[in-house]
Design a protein around this ligand. Structure first.
Ligand code: RB5
Length: 154
């Protein structure tokens, strides 16, 4: 799978470790920055950049990392079509793909260690969306986006 990667300045090391890990498993990994841990990079910049790479089809899915995983996932989730999930353990990583059809995995570099993050990523990228009864709810998420995009709530 072609996977996009992004992080803020707090999480360069974990992002690179996850890229290497997934590359070893045969995935194609694209780095959307930031690349310098010593230079501040605000997480919304990277969250938006990587989210757009997913919605444009440039990459199929993505991994985002910041201190908690929260800020960068919130940023990505502002882009219609994105379902980014912050995961701190493998069970949620598996289930968010199976039930929510998550297309971005977010991880907190200040929350989980490197080996746990690799296990989380393994579950996320090995899982498959189940569709079926979950499709109705995933469609409801898209309906909420549509409602606001069309200005109903202005
Ligand atoms: C940066 O200090 C930190 O706020 C950021 O990495 C992230 O944790 C925000 O959600």
């Amino acid at each position: 799978m072609k996977i996009g990667f992004g992080c803020d300045h707090t999480a360069v090391e974990l992002k690179l470790a996850l890229m290497e890990h997934l590359q070893e498993q045969g995935h194609e990994c694209v780095d959307y920055g930031t690349k310098e841990a010593g230079v501040r990079m605000d997480y919304p910049v990277i969250g938006k950049r990587v989210a757009e790479a997913v919605t444009s089809g440039e990459v199929e899915k993505a991994v985002l990392v910041c201190g908690t995983g929260v800020g960068i996932s919130l940023s990505a989730n502002k882009v219609p079509g994105i379902r980014a999930a912050v995961c701190s353990e493998p069970y949620t990583a598996r289930m968010t793909v199976r039930h929510n059809n998550a297309n971005i995995l977010a991880v907190g570099a200040r929350v989980v260690g490197t080996e746990l993050a690799k296990m989380i990523a393994d579950e996320f990228f090995q899982a498959e969306y189940e569709g079926g009864r979950h499709e109705v709810r995933v469609q409801m998420l898209a309906d909420i986006e549509q409602e606001y995009c069309t200005g109903i709530h202005q």
